[in-house]
Write a protein that binds this ligand. Structure first.
Ligand code: NAD
Ligand code: 13P
Ligand code: CA
Length: 408
């Protein structure tokens, strides 16, 4: 019988870490997964620093800028986005998106959210029709039509089922093998648990893919069944792809709760960075985290109704735990803090400090704000609104205590 071929779509800080985790796991489960894990690399030229442990003046790799994909495959390390972490040699960096996804039945999407729409446009028609996706992207897809989760957006654009992985997961710690938990939501329609019978026509083996968001126009997409000769992508088998001794997976069905937790906590982390940047203490940060978590739960209830469960935010890694870790050491937190300390914009700090890594909180704050404004709900989410106003220069971080005080 067949094995699942897995492709990681992305190779940034978290993308490369996910490739490492998955590549270790496919070797632990050789009856389920093919050994080679493709990792799509958005190609760029990178120069090995003379201070790097990889520097050797005689090596051809050190004669000027080199393609990042070639450095990944030669050094078995992503020296730009995940330096000093050895990658298993079954991770293959591939600069061709179309080639990287060819014949893959499992696609793990891990790129900054601003790029995923264009990537899906390129992937349309290039993937296996019965492929399944997992989105590790933290953000929400806002347009004039409303709001969608990225796993929904990917699923609809590509006509596949796509679940979500999100948790209190600062990539570098996990890449170093330090213990962490995560939450995986994987809840495809029942078609996947049986596979098509040999007598069924391909049409019979398609079911409607139901969207968790409220938007009626976006509900209908057809899902092709996974052929019967593949191992089923049950919760048990999906867990085997991600669970490691240092990376504990809890499987749930609440795709909306998992996705919203990871997206909205980035806005909360900016607020925590602002108060820290003022030199305020841990009590201030805790206040921001408390109000932020409440707004996250409320956002789920208001706009994703029954599908986003409050318990997902309070009980799983993708909720409160991610708020905590992100407000202590995440990039959004750190850059927001430096912005206040230096009197720069968060964008200027991102450009100066992150070496090409991307913040998700700043654009999410704008996207959430534009959605809330359309819904006439700006005043119902005072912390999210305060972060937007501070980024826009319309409010000062010193005003956060008054801005988040409930009004009667
Ligand atoms: P990153 O912040 O390291 O971003 C850099 C990546 O973006 C690089 O791979 C770069 O090649 C790519 N890129 C730049 N321009 C591009 C373009 N035009 N098209 C396509 N790709 C382009 O990325 P990351 O840390 O892997 O984050 C990806 C997602 O994972 C984000 O949504 C993030 O919130 C989420 N996430 C990150 C972490 C973390 O600790 N880094 C943890 C959990 C979740
Ligand atoms: P940052 O993008 O702010 O670093 O957050 C990483 C993360 O998602 C931790 O769970
Ligand atoms: Ca501290």
């Amino acid at each position: 019988s067949k094995k699942h071929k897995v492709t990681i779509v992305g190779s940034g800080n978290w993308g490369t870490t996910m490739a490492k985790i998955v590549a270790e796991n496919v070797r632990s489960h050789p009856s389920l997964f093919e050994e080679t894990v493709q990792m799509w690399v958005y190609e760029e030229e990178v120069t090995i620093d003379p201070k790097s442990r990889h520097y050797d003046p005689k090596s051809p790799l050190c004669q000027g800028p080199q393609k990042l994909s070639e450095l990944v495959n030669t050094l078995h390390e992503n020296i730009k986005y995940l330096p000093n972490i050895a990658l298993p040699d079954n991770v293959v960096g591939n600069p061709s998106l179309e080639d990287a996804v060819q014949d893959s039945s499992v696609l793990v999407f891990v790129i900054p959210h601003q790029f995923i729409g264009r990537i899906c446009d390129r992937l349309k028609g290039k993937i296996m029709p019965y492929a399944r996706g997992i989105s590790c992207i933290k953000g929400v897809d806002v347009s004039d039509k409303g709001i969608r989760l990225f796993c929904e957006a990917i699923g609809h654009q590509l006509g596949i089922y796509c679940g979500a992985l999100s948790g209190a997961n600062i990539a570098t710690e996990i890449a170093q093998g330090k213990y962490s938990e995560t939450t995986v939501a994987y809840d495809p329609p029942p078609i996947d648990s049986r596979g098509p019978s040999p007598t069924e026509s391909p049409r019979d083996s398609q079911v409607d893919l139901i969207s968790p968001s409220k938007e009626p126009g976006r509900r209908s997409a057809k899902l092709s069944a996974l052929p019967i000769d593949y191992p089923p992508l049950s919760h048990e088998n999906v867990k085997k792809l991600f669970h490691r001794p240092y990376f504990h997976v809890r499987m749930v069905s609440d795709v909306a709760g998992v996705s919203l937790g990871g997206a909205l906590k980035n806005v909360v982390a900016l607020a925590a960075g602002f108060t820290d940047g003022l030199g305020w203490g841990d009590n201030a940060k805790a206040a921001v985290m408390r109000v932020g978590l409440l707004e996250m739960v409320k956002f789920g209830r208001c706009f994703f109704g029954e599908t986003a469960k409050p318990e997902t935010f309070t009980e799983e890694s993708c909720g409160m735990a991610d708020v905590v870790t992100s407000c202590m050491g995440g990039r959004n937190f750190r850059c927001a803090k430096m912005a206040i300390e230096r009197g720069q914009s968060v964008y200027e700090v991102e450009q100066a400090e992150l070496n090409g890594q991307k913040l998700q909180g700043t654009s999410t704050a704008y996207e959430v704000h534009s959605f809330l404004k359309n819904e006439g709900m700006v005043d119902e989410f005072p912390l999210f609104t305060a972060v937007y106003d501070i980024l826009e220069g319309k409010a000062k971080p010193e005003q956060i205590p008054d801005l988040i005080e409930p009004r009667d």
